[in-house]
Design a protein around this ligand. Structure first.
Ligand SMILES: *[C@@H]1O[C@H](CO)[C@@H](O)[C@H](O)[C@H]1NC(C)=O
Ligand SMILES: *[C@@H]1O[C@H](CO)[C@@H](O)[C@H](O)[C@H]1NC(C)=O
Ligand SMILES: *[C@@H]1O[C@H](CO)[C@@H](O)[C@H](O)[C@H]1NC(C)=O
Ligand SMILES: *[C@@H]1O[C@H](CO)[C@@H](O)[C@H](O)[C@H]1NC(C)=O
Ligand SMILES: [Cu+2]
Length: 191
């Protein structure tokens, strides 16, 4: 659900009129735009987790608009949540060091604060998936959601290819990370 633009403008004007500071809750480049030009519907990228902290997968499948995600993981410590999960900028290096994945995918330059308002996902950092679709609790998670603002088109803002998914525990620590890898395209088979 989106507020009509006129209503948003009115609310903004009312807030300014009252002489209050307004918090910028969208990106410097504006709200995230819906992704409508993925190259191949069904193109799939998967992040595979295989550590003591998390085992399982997060898959991303291109849709006519945006991407469908499925989280299917086990082994999250029950006393360390709620857990956040994001698309981070870079793939995980050979060392496995999650710090080196860099910050969140933030194509519209919004920053972390104030926190994402999930009722207005277009205003959130593009990669802040848990901000938009909810944190998760251990031990096991099976969760699906449809994000309109991430892309599998390399020339588009919000491109997730060769980036990574990072899980954070309640302290913010990066407890696990995995690179998003494209699943081999399977040719349609005749008979
Ligand atoms: C991981 O990478 C960060 C940033 O490069 C570095 O400061 C840190 O020492 C590394 N951690 C390990 C265990 O190598
Ligand atoms: C704006 O955000 C800051 C920090 O996130 C917060 O301290 C402040 O109360 C907010 N102001 C308004 C008017 O919401
Ligand atoms: C996946 O995307 C389609 C639109 O392409 C949507 O209808 C469907 O609800 C999505 N699945 C989930 C689990 O959100
Ligand atoms: C993604 O990574 C794979 C494997 O490292 C590489 O072959 C491919 O060229 C990369 N694609 C892009 C668009 O960077
Ligand atoms: Cu993160």
């Amino acid at each position: 659900m989106q507020l009509p633009l006129s209503l948003i403008a009115l609310l903004g004007a009312a807030t300014l009129g009252a002489g209050q500071e307004t918090n910028v809750t969208t990106g410097a480049l504006g709200d995230a735009r819906q992704v409508r030009n993925n190259p191949t519907i069904g193109e799939t990228w998967i992040a595979t987790f295989d550590s003591d902290a998390v085992k399982g997968t997060m898959s991303a499948v291109a849709q006519p608009i945006g991407i469908n995600y499925t989280i299917d993981v086990t082994g999250l410590a029950v006393d360390k949540g709620p857990y956040k999960y994001h698309v981070h900028l870079r793939a995980v290096p050979e060392s496995g060091n999650c710090t080196e994945t860099g910050g969140h995918l933030d194509s519209y330059v919004r920053g972390d604060t104030p926190p994402c308002d999930k009722s207005m996902p277009q205003t959130c950092e593009v990669g802040d998936l848990s901000g938009k679709y909810g944190t998760v609790e251990g031990p096991d998670v099976k969760k699906e959601f449809h994000d309109l603002y991430t892309a599998m088109n390399i020339i588009q803002l919000g491109y997730i290819g060769n980036r990574s998914i990072v899980f954070h525990d309640a302290s913010g620590a990066r407890i696990a990370c995995a690179s998003l890898k494209q699943v081999e395209k399977v040719e349609a088979c005749q008979g």
